[in-house]
Design a protein around this ligand. Structure first.
Ligand SMILES: Nc1ncnc2c1ncn2[C@@H]1O[C@H](COP(=O)(O)OP(=O)(O)OP(=O)(O)O)[C@@H](O)[C@H]1O
Ligand SMILES: [Mg+2]
Length: 392
Protein backbone atom coordinates (compact mmCIF):
# COMPACT_ATOMS: atom_id res chain seq x y z
CA UNK A 1 0.00 0.00 0.00
CA UNK A 2 1.47 3.42 -0.88
CA UNK A 3 1.69 6.24 1.65
CA UNK A 4 -1.33 8.14 0.40
CA UNK A 5 -3.58 5.08 0.38
CA UNK A 6 -2.34 4.20 3.87
CA UNK A 7 -3.05 7.71 5.17
CA UNK A 8 -6.54 7.88 3.71
CA UNK A 9 -7.31 4.41 5.13
CA UNK A 10 -6.13 5.54 8.59
CA UNK A 11 -8.20 8.70 8.40
CA UNK A 12 -11.33 6.86 7.25
CA UNK A 13 -10.94 4.39 10.11
CA UNK A 14 -10.30 7.24 12.57
CA UNK A 15 -13.51 8.98 11.53
CA UNK A 16 -15.46 5.74 11.77
CA UNK A 17 -14.10 5.07 15.26
CA UNK A 18 -14.91 8.60 16.29
CA UNK A 19 -18.48 8.31 14.97
CA UNK A 20 -18.84 5.10 16.97
CA UNK A 21 -17.51 6.85 20.07
CA UNK A 22 -14.40 4.63 20.19
CA UNK A 23 -12.21 7.56 21.16
CA UNK A 24 -8.92 5.80 21.97
CA UNK A 25 -9.00 3.88 18.71
CA UNK A 26 -9.80 7.09 16.83
CA UNK A 27 -6.87 8.96 18.43
CA UNK A 28 -4.52 6.07 17.64
CA UNK A 29 -5.54 6.14 13.99
CA UNK A 30 -5.30 9.95 13.73
CA UNK A 31 -1.79 9.75 15.23
CA UNK A 32 -0.73 7.07 12.78
CA UNK A 33 -2.05 9.17 9.89
CA UNK A 34 -0.22 12.26 11.20
CA UNK A 35 3.03 10.33 11.44
CA UNK A 36 2.79 9.34 7.79
CA UNK A 37 1.55 12.78 6.73
CA UNK A 38 4.64 14.31 8.33
CA UNK A 39 6.92 11.95 6.46
CA UNK A 40 5.06 12.69 3.25
CA UNK A 41 5.32 16.43 3.84
CA UNK A 42 9.03 16.22 4.44
CA UNK A 43 9.59 14.21 1.30
CA UNK A 44 8.45 17.19 -0.76
CA UNK A 45 9.79 19.92 1.52
CA UNK A 46 12.51 20.98 -0.93
CA UNK A 47 11.02 19.86 -4.24
CA UNK A 48 7.55 21.30 -3.74
CA UNK A 49 7.24 23.82 -0.89
CA UNK A 50 3.58 24.58 -1.65
CA UNK A 51 2.50 20.95 -1.31
CA UNK A 52 4.68 20.67 1.79
CA UNK A 53 2.88 23.65 3.36
CA UNK A 54 -0.57 22.27 2.47
CA UNK A 55 0.17 18.83 3.96
CA UNK A 56 1.82 20.37 7.00
CA UNK A 57 -1.21 22.56 7.75
CA UNK A 58 -3.61 19.64 7.33
CA UNK A 59 -1.45 17.54 9.65
CA UNK A 60 -1.51 20.21 12.33
CA UNK A 61 -5.31 20.32 12.08
CA UNK A 62 -5.54 16.56 12.63
CA UNK A 63 -3.08 16.73 15.53
CA UNK A 64 -5.13 19.49 17.17
CA UNK A 65 -8.28 17.45 16.68
CA UNK A 66 -6.66 14.32 18.13
CA UNK A 67 -5.41 16.38 21.09
CA UNK A 68 -8.98 17.54 21.75
CA UNK A 69 -10.23 13.95 21.66
CA UNK A 70 -7.40 12.82 23.94
CA UNK A 71 -8.90 14.83 26.81
CA UNK A 72 -11.66 12.22 27.07
CA UNK A 73 -9.43 9.18 26.64
CA UNK A 74 -8.53 6.34 28.91
CA UNK A 75 -4.78 6.98 29.03
CA UNK A 76 -3.70 3.36 29.60
CA UNK A 77 -5.82 2.09 26.78
CA UNK A 78 -4.52 4.80 24.48
CA UNK A 79 -0.91 4.00 25.32
CA UNK A 80 -1.55 0.43 24.37
CA UNK A 81 -2.86 1.54 21.00
CA UNK A 82 -0.65 4.37 20.00
CA UNK A 83 3.05 4.91 19.51
CA UNK A 84 3.91 7.28 22.35
CA UNK A 85 5.70 9.77 20.17
CA UNK A 86 3.20 9.94 17.33
CA UNK A 87 1.66 13.28 18.08
CA UNK A 88 5.02 14.90 18.91
CA UNK A 89 6.45 13.77 15.63
CA UNK A 90 6.76 17.12 13.88
CA UNK A 91 9.03 18.76 16.41
CA UNK A 92 10.85 15.55 17.24
CA UNK A 93 14.52 15.40 16.39
CA UNK A 94 16.05 12.10 17.46
CA UNK A 95 19.34 11.66 19.22
CA UNK A 96 20.88 8.30 19.93
CA UNK A 97 19.95 8.30 23.61
CA UNK A 98 16.55 9.75 22.96
CA UNK A 99 13.10 8.21 22.99
CA UNK A 100 11.77 6.21 20.03
CA UNK A 101 11.01 7.49 16.60
CA UNK A 102 10.55 4.09 14.99
CA UNK A 103 7.29 2.20 15.46
CA UNK A 104 6.85 0.14 18.59
CA UNK A 105 3.56 -1.66 18.91
CA UNK A 106 1.62 -4.07 21.00
CA UNK A 107 1.08 -7.03 18.66
CA UNK A 108 -2.30 -6.77 16.92
CA UNK A 109 -2.07 -10.27 15.50
CA UNK A 110 -2.18 -13.28 17.75
CA UNK A 111 -0.58 -16.67 17.32
CA UNK A 112 -3.98 -18.29 17.83
CA UNK A 113 -5.12 -16.73 14.53
CA UNK A 114 -2.49 -18.65 12.60
CA UNK A 115 -3.67 -22.00 11.35
CA UNK A 116 -1.10 -24.81 11.59
CA UNK A 117 2.65 -23.96 11.35
CA UNK A 118 3.12 -25.54 14.76
CA UNK A 119 6.88 -26.09 14.47
CA UNK A 120 7.64 -22.45 13.59
CA UNK A 121 5.31 -21.24 16.34
CA UNK A 122 7.10 -23.46 18.85
CA UNK A 123 10.51 -22.08 17.80
CA UNK A 124 9.28 -18.52 18.31
CA UNK A 125 7.65 -19.32 21.62
CA UNK A 126 10.84 -20.93 22.90
CA UNK A 127 12.92 -17.94 21.76
CA UNK A 128 10.70 -15.41 23.49
CA UNK A 129 10.10 -17.26 26.73
CA UNK A 130 13.60 -18.73 27.02
CA UNK A 131 15.00 -16.38 29.69
CA UNK A 132 11.90 -16.74 31.82
CA UNK A 133 11.80 -20.51 31.45
CA UNK A 134 15.49 -21.13 32.13
CA UNK A 135 16.22 -18.33 34.60
CA UNK A 136 18.65 -20.41 36.62
CA UNK A 137 20.89 -21.10 33.59
CA UNK A 138 21.19 -17.49 32.41
CA UNK A 139 24.78 -16.32 31.97
CA UNK A 140 26.16 -19.70 33.05
CA UNK A 141 26.23 -21.74 29.88
CA UNK A 142 28.20 -20.74 26.78
CA UNK A 143 25.97 -22.85 24.56
CA UNK A 144 22.48 -22.91 26.01
CA UNK A 145 21.10 -19.52 25.00
CA UNK A 146 18.03 -18.04 23.38
CA UNK A 147 18.39 -17.51 19.60
CA UNK A 148 19.27 -13.98 18.54
CA UNK A 149 18.23 -13.94 14.89
CA UNK A 150 15.75 -16.07 12.90
CA UNK A 151 15.04 -15.89 9.17
CA UNK A 152 11.78 -17.08 7.64
CA UNK A 153 11.94 -17.64 3.92
CA UNK A 154 9.67 -19.17 1.33
CA UNK A 155 7.19 -18.50 -1.47
CA UNK A 156 4.72 -15.59 -1.26
CA UNK A 157 1.60 -15.94 0.86
CA UNK A 158 2.83 -18.73 3.12
CA UNK A 159 2.36 -16.68 6.29
CA UNK A 160 5.91 -15.46 7.00
CA UNK A 161 4.88 -11.89 7.80
CA UNK A 162 1.86 -13.05 9.77
CA UNK A 163 4.04 -15.39 11.81
CA UNK A 164 6.69 -12.76 12.57
CA UNK A 165 4.16 -10.05 13.42
CA UNK A 166 2.29 -12.30 15.81
CA UNK A 167 5.46 -13.62 17.48
CA UNK A 168 5.31 -10.72 19.89
CA UNK A 169 2.14 -12.19 21.39
CA UNK A 170 4.45 -14.53 23.31
CA UNK A 171 6.19 -13.52 26.49
CA UNK A 172 4.44 -10.16 26.82
CA UNK A 173 6.62 -8.73 24.04
CA UNK A 174 6.46 -5.61 21.88
CA UNK A 175 6.74 -5.57 18.12
CA UNK A 176 9.01 -3.25 16.16
CA UNK A 177 8.36 -3.74 12.44
CA UNK A 178 10.94 -2.03 10.23
CA UNK A 179 10.36 -1.21 6.59
CA UNK A 180 12.59 0.23 3.86
CA UNK A 181 11.20 3.71 4.43
CA UNK A 182 12.24 3.58 8.10
CA UNK A 183 15.84 2.94 7.11
CA UNK A 184 16.16 4.96 3.93
CA UNK A 185 14.13 7.99 4.96
CA UNK A 186 16.14 11.10 4.26
CA UNK A 187 14.16 13.19 6.72
CA UNK A 188 15.02 11.09 9.73
CA UNK A 189 18.73 10.91 9.07
CA UNK A 190 21.43 9.12 7.21
CA UNK A 191 20.43 5.54 6.53
CA UNK A 192 23.15 3.78 8.50
CA UNK A 193 22.48 6.10 11.44
CA UNK A 194 18.85 5.05 11.27
CA UNK A 195 19.94 1.42 11.60
CA UNK A 196 21.87 2.37 14.72
CA UNK A 197 18.88 4.30 16.11
CA UNK A 198 16.61 1.33 15.48
CA UNK A 199 18.85 -1.00 17.48
CA UNK A 200 19.46 1.60 20.22
CA UNK A 201 15.74 2.11 20.56
CA UNK A 202 15.25 -1.62 20.77
CA UNK A 203 17.86 -2.00 23.50
CA UNK A 204 16.31 0.87 25.42
CA UNK A 205 12.85 -0.69 25.32
CA UNK A 206 14.12 -4.18 26.04
CA UNK A 207 14.75 -3.00 29.61
CA UNK A 208 10.98 -3.07 30.06
CA UNK A 209 9.70 -5.76 27.70
CA UNK A 210 10.97 -8.32 25.23
CA UNK A 211 11.18 -6.87 21.73
CA UNK A 212 10.57 -8.55 18.39
CA UNK A 213 12.53 -6.53 15.84
CA UNK A 214 11.12 -7.53 12.48
CA UNK A 215 12.73 -6.78 9.10
CA UNK A 216 10.22 -7.79 6.44
CA UNK A 217 11.52 -8.29 2.89
CA UNK A 218 15.00 -8.15 4.33
CA UNK A 219 16.58 -8.73 0.91
CA UNK A 220 15.30 -5.33 -0.23
CA UNK A 221 16.15 -3.60 3.02
CA UNK A 222 19.71 -4.81 3.17
CA UNK A 223 20.86 -5.63 -0.36
CA UNK A 224 23.48 -8.16 -1.27
CA UNK A 225 27.10 -7.03 -1.22
CA UNK A 226 27.65 -7.92 -4.86
CA UNK A 227 24.64 -5.92 -6.04
CA UNK A 228 25.34 -2.87 -3.93
CA UNK A 229 24.37 0.08 -6.02
CA UNK A 230 25.67 2.74 -3.75
CA UNK A 231 27.93 3.25 -0.81
CA UNK A 232 24.78 3.93 1.24
CA UNK A 233 23.70 0.29 0.85
CA UNK A 234 27.20 -0.88 1.76
CA UNK A 235 27.20 1.23 4.92
CA UNK A 236 23.70 0.03 5.86
CA UNK A 237 24.77 -3.59 5.49
CA UNK A 238 27.92 -3.01 7.55
CA UNK A 239 26.03 -1.21 10.27
CA UNK A 240 23.37 -3.91 10.36
CA UNK A 241 25.97 -6.65 10.80
CA UNK A 242 27.66 -4.70 13.60
CA UNK A 243 24.39 -4.00 15.34
CA UNK A 244 23.23 -7.61 15.18
CA UNK A 245 26.52 -8.62 16.83
CA UNK A 246 25.95 -6.03 19.53
CA UNK A 247 22.67 -7.73 20.41
CA UNK A 248 24.43 -10.81 21.71
CA UNK A 249 24.03 -9.65 25.31
CA UNK A 250 20.33 -9.14 24.68
CA UNK A 251 19.48 -12.72 23.77
CA UNK A 252 16.03 -13.63 25.02
CA UNK A 253 15.18 -9.92 25.28
CA UNK A 254 15.55 -8.86 21.66
CA UNK A 255 14.59 -11.32 18.96
CA UNK A 256 15.54 -10.22 15.46
CA UNK A 257 13.34 -11.69 12.74
CA UNK A 258 13.74 -11.42 8.99
CA UNK A 259 11.45 -12.56 6.19
CA UNK A 260 12.12 -12.94 2.49
CA UNK A 261 11.05 -14.69 -0.71
CA UNK A 262 14.62 -14.57 -2.01
CA UNK A 263 17.00 -15.99 0.63
CA UNK A 264 19.55 -16.75 -2.10
CA UNK A 265 19.88 -12.98 -2.71
CA UNK A 266 20.99 -12.21 0.82
CA UNK A 267 24.55 -11.22 1.53
CA UNK A 268 26.56 -14.18 2.87
CA UNK A 269 27.55 -12.43 6.10
CA UNK A 270 23.95 -11.39 6.65
CA UNK A 271 22.70 -14.95 6.09
CA UNK A 272 25.17 -16.19 8.71
CA UNK A 273 23.83 -13.70 11.25
CA UNK A 274 20.53 -15.58 11.14
CA UNK A 275 21.42 -18.57 13.24
CA UNK A 276 18.11 -20.26 12.40
CA UNK A 277 16.93 -20.14 8.77
CA UNK A 278 13.53 -21.73 8.50
CA UNK A 279 11.71 -22.46 5.28
CA UNK A 280 8.03 -21.62 5.43
CA UNK A 281 6.96 -23.65 2.45
CA UNK A 282 3.76 -24.15 0.52
CA UNK A 283 1.25 -26.22 2.50
CA UNK A 284 1.34 -30.01 2.06
CA UNK A 285 -1.71 -32.05 1.03
CA UNK A 286 -2.76 -32.63 4.67
CA UNK A 287 -2.03 -29.03 5.60
CA UNK A 288 -4.22 -27.81 2.73
CA UNK A 289 -7.15 -29.93 3.96
CA UNK A 290 -6.64 -28.65 7.50
CA UNK A 291 -6.34 -25.03 6.38
CA UNK A 292 -9.47 -25.18 4.16
CA UNK A 293 -11.52 -26.68 6.99
CA UNK A 294 -10.20 -24.22 9.57
CA UNK A 295 -10.72 -21.19 7.33
CA UNK A 296 -14.40 -22.15 7.05
CA UNK A 297 -14.77 -23.13 10.70
CA UNK A 298 -13.19 -19.89 12.01
CA UNK A 299 -15.16 -17.62 9.69
CA UNK A 300 -18.14 -17.07 11.99
CA UNK A 301 -20.73 -16.99 9.20
CA UNK A 302 -19.60 -19.62 6.70
CA UNK A 303 -20.41 -23.30 6.90
CA UNK A 304 -19.74 -26.09 4.46
CA UNK A 305 -21.53 -29.32 3.61
CA UNK A 306 -18.44 -30.80 1.98
CA UNK A 307 -17.52 -34.42 2.66
CA UNK A 308 -14.06 -35.62 3.63
CA UNK A 309 -13.50 -36.92 0.07
CA UNK A 310 -14.51 -33.60 -1.41
CA UNK A 311 -12.00 -31.77 0.81
CA UNK A 312 -9.38 -34.26 -0.36
CA UNK A 313 -10.28 -33.57 -4.00
CA UNK A 314 -9.93 -29.82 -3.48
CA UNK A 315 -6.57 -30.38 -1.78
CA UNK A 316 -5.45 -32.40 -4.80
CA UNK A 317 -6.45 -29.64 -7.16
CA UNK A 318 -4.66 -26.98 -5.14
CA UNK A 319 -1.15 -28.36 -5.32
CA UNK A 320 1.30 -25.38 -5.25
CA UNK A 321 -1.29 -23.00 -3.80
CA UNK A 322 -0.14 -20.88 -0.85
CA UNK A 323 -2.05 -20.34 2.39
CA UNK A 324 -3.07 -16.90 1.19
CA UNK A 325 -4.37 -18.33 -2.10
CA UNK A 326 -6.40 -20.98 -0.26
CA UNK A 327 -7.83 -18.20 1.84
CA UNK A 328 -8.76 -16.31 -1.34
CA UNK A 329 -10.53 -19.43 -2.67
CA UNK A 330 -12.69 -19.62 0.44
CA UNK A 331 -13.37 -15.87 0.28
CA UNK A 332 -14.30 -16.15 -3.39
CA UNK A 333 -16.62 -19.13 -2.73
CA UNK A 334 -18.36 -17.35 0.15
CA UNK A 335 -18.75 -14.09 -1.74
CA UNK A 336 -20.20 -15.78 -4.82
CA UNK A 337 -22.80 -17.63 -2.70
CA UNK A 338 -23.92 -14.34 -1.15
CA UNK A 339 -23.99 -12.63 -4.55
CA UNK A 340 -26.10 -15.40 -6.08
CA UNK A 341 -28.55 -15.16 -3.16
CA UNK A 342 -28.79 -11.39 -3.67
CA UNK A 343 -29.34 -11.75 -7.43
CA UNK A 344 -32.16 -14.26 -6.81
CA UNK A 345 -33.66 -12.07 -4.10
CA UNK A 346 -33.23 -14.95 -1.69
CA UNK A 347 -32.93 -14.32 2.02
CA UNK A 348 -29.41 -14.35 3.40
CA UNK A 349 -29.59 -15.95 6.81
CA UNK A 350 -26.99 -15.87 9.61
CA UNK A 351 -25.11 -18.69 7.97
CA UNK A 352 -23.78 -19.05 4.47
CA UNK A 353 -23.30 -22.63 3.33
CA UNK A 354 -20.68 -23.18 0.68
CA UNK A 355 -20.75 -26.33 -1.41
CA UNK A 356 -18.11 -28.41 -3.16
CA UNK A 357 -19.15 -26.81 -6.48
CA UNK A 358 -18.68 -23.28 -5.06
CA UNK A 359 -15.16 -24.16 -3.95
CA UNK A 360 -14.32 -25.86 -7.26
CA UNK A 361 -15.40 -22.86 -9.31
CA UNK A 362 -13.39 -20.56 -7.00
CA UNK A 363 -10.34 -22.81 -7.58
CA UNK A 364 -10.67 -22.26 -11.32
CA UNK A 365 -10.54 -18.48 -10.89
CA UNK A 366 -7.51 -18.41 -8.60
CA UNK A 367 -4.14 -19.60 -9.82
CA UNK A 368 -1.00 -20.24 -7.77
CA UNK A 369 1.65 -17.51 -8.01
CA UNK A 370 4.71 -19.50 -7.01
CA UNK A 371 6.79 -20.36 -10.07
CA UNK A 372 8.82 -23.51 -10.57
CA UNK A 373 11.95 -21.37 -10.66
CA UNK A 374 11.17 -19.90 -7.26
CA UNK A 375 10.40 -23.31 -5.79
CA UNK A 376 13.69 -24.67 -7.06
CA UNK A 377 15.79 -21.81 -5.81
CA UNK A 378 14.15 -22.00 -2.37
CA UNK A 379 14.72 -25.77 -2.26
CA UNK A 380 18.36 -25.22 -3.23
CA UNK A 381 18.80 -22.67 -0.43
CA UNK A 382 17.22 -25.08 2.09
CA UNK A 383 19.57 -27.81 0.96
CA UNK A 384 22.63 -25.57 1.29
CA UNK A 385 21.92 -23.18 4.15
CA UNK A 386 18.43 -23.55 5.56
CA UNK A 387 16.12 -25.98 7.29
CA UNK A 388 12.58 -27.17 7.02
CA UNK A 389 10.70 -27.82 10.22
CA UNK A 390 8.33 -30.71 10.45
CA UNK A 391 4.85 -29.69 11.52
CA UNK A 392 3.58 -33.18 12.15
N1 LIG B 1 -1.21 -20.19 8.54
C1 LIG B 1 -2.11 -19.27 8.22
N2 LIG B 1 -3.25 -19.18 8.90
C2 LIG B 1 -4.18 -18.26 8.58
N3 LIG B 1 -4.05 -17.36 7.59
C3 LIG B 1 -2.93 -17.40 6.88
C4 LIG B 1 -1.89 -18.34 7.15
N4 LIG B 1 -0.87 -18.12 6.29
C5 LIG B 1 -1.25 -17.09 5.51
N5 LIG B 1 -2.49 -16.66 5.86
C6 LIG B 1 -3.23 -15.57 5.21
O1 LIG B 1 -2.49 -15.13 4.10
C7 LIG B 1 -2.17 -13.74 4.23
C8 LIG B 1 -0.80 -13.48 3.67
O2 LIG B 1 0.17 -14.02 4.54
P1 LIG B 1 1.57 -13.31 4.74
O3 LIG B 1 1.51 -11.88 4.32
O4 LIG B 1 2.03 -13.56 6.12
O5 LIG B 1 2.44 -14.13 3.70
P2 LIG B 1 3.97 -13.95 3.39
O6 LIG B 1 4.56 -15.29 3.46
O7 LIG B 1 4.57 -12.89 4.25
O8 LIG B 1 3.91 -13.48 1.87
P3 LIG B 1 4.99 -12.58 1.08
O9 LIG B 1 6.18 -13.45 0.90
O10 LIG B 1 4.28 -12.28 -0.21
O11 LIG B 1 5.26 -11.38 1.89
C9 LIG B 1 -2.31 -13.43 5.71
O12 LIG B 1 -2.60 -12.10 5.94
C10 LIG B 1 -3.41 -14.37 6.12
O13 LIG B 1 -4.64 -13.78 5.84
MG1 LIG C 1 5.38 -11.04 3.80
Amino acid sequence: MNSQAFISKCLQEAIQYENNNMIEEAVAKYSKACERLTLLANECKISNPLVYKAIYEKTVQYIDHADELKKNCNHDKLMRLVNKKSSDFISYVPTEEDEPIFPIQYPEKKMEDIIGMEAAKKTLKTALTFNEQFKNLLGKSKNIKAPRCILFYGPPGTGKTLLAESAASFGNSLLMPISCSDVYNKFIGESEKNVRYIFNQCKFYSQQRNIVLFFDEVDKLIPNNTSLESSVNARVLQEFLTQVNSCDDYRGKILILGATNYPQNLDGALTRRFEKRIEIGLPSFDERIFLLKELIRCDGVMKSNMTEDQFKNVAEKTHDYSNAELQTIIQEAGTSVVQTCAENNANISDHVTITYQDVLSACKKIKPACTLEMKESIAAFTEKSGSKENNE
